[in-house]
Ligand binder design. Structure first.
Ligand code: COA
Length: 261
């Protein structure tokens, strides 16, 4: 299917490439076209023998990615909701998590919902000191559907993950660093330099060994059961009045009044 090539911009460096998600007017929210464009760009970089490390960031100063595109799914049925999570996981989040080359997420601003899930699917994360992170889906009558219930719990522990998910709260970069959610934090002006430094260190190691290391780490932390449960639960949310109210309230820029059914 043809899609807008400008949704993801690629810049090549020596041994690495930077992919920039380019939808800044919607805070780089992940709609279908953006997910497809990312799938293409990441697949191409993985197949390119010149590329050892992939860097991923968001266009503009405000956001890495502010989540899945709420406007796109607000009127979905439970079956469509389940399909959205299943297809998204397959096309993008699993592709990233199981990539045979390290992928570094550069969190330059908001990383919310699907945005934080994308950063968590990556192998390493660096963040700007001004970044804000969270999984706010429960404030929309939803749950994270792109691996967030599994990867957040794995990275920061069950109690902290459930607190962030159940309060729909946001944390700053310092707290994210303390909890091990991000590997490094940098002031906005040196964020790119820090990310490239990390990529340069990785480039000195053996590509075949990196691929095997990622494979072994992933095998030991296999989340297939949890990810499938998440897809089911995400779909079920689409059949509730809470979901209808939560998404309408976001689109109408007002506070949701959840009926609880
Ligand atoms: N899906 C669709 N559109 C989104 C979006 C998303 N996840 N996040 C932001 N946008 C859009 C806004 O609707 C707005 O579009 P408009 O200018 O056409 O009205 C534009 O991006 C700018 O966002 P805005 O909300 O005006 O910026 P802000 O500075 O007031 O607030 C956020 C920033 C990140 C706090 C706010 O955009 C937000 O809460 N986004 C949704 C986060 C979320 O719930 N993500 C999980 C989705 S499952």
């Amino acid at each position: 299917m043809a899609h807008d090539q400008n949704l993801v911009i690629r810049e090549d460096f020596s041994g690495s490439c930077l992919l920039t998600i380019n939808r800044p007017d919607k805070l780089n929210a992940l709609n279908r076209e953006t997910i497809l464009a990312l799938n293409t760009a990441i697949s191409e970089a993985l197949a390119d023998s010149e590329i050892r490390v992939i860097l991923l960031t968001g266009q503009g100063e405000k956001a890495f990615v502010a989540g899945a595109d709420i406007a796109e799914f607000a009127d979905f049925t439970p079956a469509q909701g389940k399909d959205l999570a299943a297809k998204g996981q397959e096309l993008l989040f699993d592709l990233v998590a199981h990539a045979h080359k390290p992928i570094i997420a550069i969190i330059n601003g908001y990383a919310l919902g699907g945005g934080l899930e994308l950063a968590m699917a990556a192998h390493l994360r660096v963040a700007s000191t001004s970044a804000k992170m969270g999984l706010p889906e429960t404030s929309l009558g939803l749950i994270p559907g792109y691996g967030g219930t599994q990867r957040l719990a794995q990275l920061i522990g069950k109690g902290r993950a459930l607190e962030l998910i159940c309060t729909a709260g946001m944390i700053g970069a310092d707290r994210a660093y303390e909890m091990g959610l991000v590997n490094h934090i940098y002031p906005p002006e040196t964020l790119m330099e820090g990310a490239h430094k990390l990529a340069d260190a990785i480039k000195k190691t053996a590509p075949t060994a990196l691929a095997q290391a990622i494979k072994a780490v992933n095998a030991g932390l296999d989340q297939t059961t949890g990810l499938n449960a998440e897809i089911e639960a995400f779909g079920a949310c689409f059949g509730t009045e809470d979901f209808k109210e939560g998404t309408q309230a976001f689109l109408e820029k007002r506070k949701a009044q959840f009926p609880g059914r």
